[in-house]
Design a protein around this ligand. Structure first.
Ligand code: ARG
Length: 576
């Protein structure tokens, strides 16, 4: 059963407004910006006064008088021009927490009208090792997938593999140049294919003839040349395997492993619809759709290039059509580097004109880059692009330095340590990626990101492990009803009561950092609580049981939210 404090407070306000004959539209409270003054505040009296041309303080006082009769509220005041400040009785707050503790969803609501939300993230490309840029897309997208599921929507994640464009022709041309044909293709692994691709890249930059050869091969391959298609199958297969391994390590899940190639047939349909609607223009050998020249004119969308190949934009339009027709998407969200913003603006506008996604919300969540200490996109020491596998390895090495040696006599096996290193390193990488506002980039600080103090993944994992240990030490005690006896208990309790609000805000704003901020604050509040409110030294057995219940609820919510962020919570943490 959902039990949401914000809704209870809003209901109290609504009743008061109704009794006074006031418009209930303004009866809404929010968590107070001034926790020193109140728990909740409501600005409804001000808004009402404006629309009804009345004195806001007078309206405020009338509402406050009603609310003061409510036995759940400790204090209601009208401040400034007419703000309502509302504080809860400790006893009432305690009952709210009891209800949260008794519910497997901690009282959180579930959305009444579940939406099908297609999440497009990952976006790796064939024959290219994934680099740190692919990290953010995977980490943020995965967290959003889990947030959507938690609030009750139906998420479908799709990797949208880049498996179709000119890189394919380039690799094929390079292999043919080396071997004379494609007979040996199937013996090449991902490392060799990547090497061919790198060589091809350099060659095509230097030699226009090589570029032309790659273009011709790409066109033939897209047209269905069986020899080229067979070679492509292999390239795609080994690339997907490599990518899957990387994402497995990061705990990033995809429901669908579709690629650009899967949209090829539908590209013809997009072209046909554009033609039927009179939107298709032939311009300098290419087929384009012009976009409205509004306040911010955008370049036209190119559907088909002069050489006959469909573009990245055409593929994305076709993919939208498929997601709407086949998956019945209500929303499609893209987690892609914000440098691709223009691409998505163009695609969304063209989709609207084509009428392929009526009523479907299309949204691009653009994120900033992962940077090195110089503020530029993260590079390896020799100036190359840092690949994702190396970055994970580097992080693990760093975390391993802080671990004690295995000691079987204490039950600490090497296997446990290895697993822990992985959980902490990946947790540190992910938390660092999710702790900042998504749109901003950040500096990857190898010395800081896995620190056990500060706003890091390991700090939160430690908080959880510490509570686990508290629970083990107090096994003879059962968590009981919550009793609030001091300010630290109250602050923690009030923060915990905001859970529902936090999760739903993260969903609607598509901003997992709202959750990571909250998790960090909870861990800090727990620490202050535990320093001042011992369990063993509690004044009465009831207070001891209450504190144990607060500790358990904090732990359970932290674990749940880490899960929502895609971060594991080890039972026990170790430090050298
Ligand atoms: N493969 C693309 C890249 O590496 C990202 C794909 C993003 N998703 C999309 N539907 N366009 O840039």
């Amino acid at each position: 059963m959902s039990y949401v404090l914000d809704e209870i407070i809003n209901q109290k306000l609504k009743n008061a407004f109704q009794e006074l004959g006031l418009d209930v539209k303004y009866a809404a409270a929010k968590t107070s910006d001034r926790p020193d003054l109140s728990d909740f505040q409501c600005n409804g009296a001000l808004a009402l006064a404006k629309s009804e041309k009345k004195n806001p303080r007078e309206i405020g006082e009338n509402i406050a008088a009603r609310l003061r009769e409510d036995k759940d509220l400790a204090k209601v005041s009208v401040d400034g021009p007419g703000f309502l400040n509302i504080s809860l009785k400790d006893e009432f707050l305690a009952r709210v927490l009891d209800k949260m503790a008794a519910d497997e969803r901690f009282g959180c609501a579930k959305t009444e009208h579940p939406k099908t939300v297609v999440l497009d993230y990952g976006g790796p490309n064939v024959a290219k090792e994934m680099h740190v840029g692919h990290l953010r897309s995977g980490v943020i997208g995965e967290s959003m997938r889990r947030i959507e599921a938690f609030v009750g929507n139906k998420p479908i994640s799709d990797v949208h593999f880049g498996d179709w464009g000119t890189p394919i022709g380039m690799i094929l041309a390079e292999v043919i140049a080396a071997d004379g044909n494609l007979d040996k293709m199937e013996s090449y692994d991902i490392a060799e294919i990547t090497r061919f691709y790198k060589q091809a890249n350099t060659r095509c930059k230097e030699d226009p003839a090589a570029k032309e050869t790659a273009r011709v091969i790409t066109a033939k391959f897209q047209d269905g040349d069986p020899v080229y298609r067979k070679a492509w199958q292999h390239i795609r297969k080994v690339s997907v395997e490599a990518v899957k391994e990387n994402y497995r390590e990061l705990g990033v899940h995809f429901d669908l492993w579709l690629g650009e190639s899967d949209a090829h047939e539908t590209c013809f349909e997009i072209k046909r619809i554009a033609e039927e609607k009179g939107l298709l223009e032939y311009d300098d050998g290419a087929y384009i759709i012009r976009l409205d020249e509004g306040s911010k004119p955008k370049p036209p969308v190119i559907i088909e290039k002069s050489d006959g190949g469909f573009t990245y934009q055409a593929t994305d339009l076709a993919t939208i059509k498929m997601r709407v027709d086949d998956l019945h998407a209500d929303e499609i969200i893209y987690f892609v580097d914000k440098r691709q913003s223009l691409h998505f603006e163009q695609v969304f506008e063209a989709a609207e004109k084509l009428g392929i996604a009526p009523g479907v919300k299309l949204q691009h969540i653009g994120f900033g880059t992962v940077n090195g200490a110089d503020g530029k996109p993260f590079k390896t020491r020799d100036g190359g692009v840092m690949n994702l596998a190396d970055m994970i390895k580097m992080s693990k090495d760093k975390v391993a330095e802080s671990m004690p040696p295995a000691d079987e006599s204490k039950g600490i096996s090497q296997a446990y340590i290895d697993r822990l290193v992985e959980q902490v390193a990946v947790g540190a990488i992910k938390f660092q990626d999710l702790k900042n506002n998504i749109a901003s980039g950040y500096i990857f600080e190898l010395d800081d990101f896995a620190n056990f103090d500060g706003k890091t993944g390991p700090y939160i994992q430690y908080a959880v492990a510490r509570i686990n240990s508290i629970m083990r030490k107090n096994q003879n005690l059962t968590p009981g009803a919550i009793i609030i006896t001091n300010p630290e208990e109250r602050s923690l309790a009030l923060k915990l009561s905001q859970l529902n609000n936090v999760v739903f805000r993260a969903e609607s704003e598509r901003e997992p950092s709202i959750i990571s901020d909250y998790v960090y604050t909870l861990a800090q509040l727990f620490s202050s609580f535990y320093n001042t409110s011992p369990i063993m030294g509690a004044a009465t057995p009831e207070i001891a049981s209450s504190r144990l219940a607060l500790a358990k609820l904090t732990r359970d919510i932290l674990v749940k939210l880490l899960e929502v962020l895609g971060i594991e919570a080890p039972e026990v943490m170790l430090k050298a």
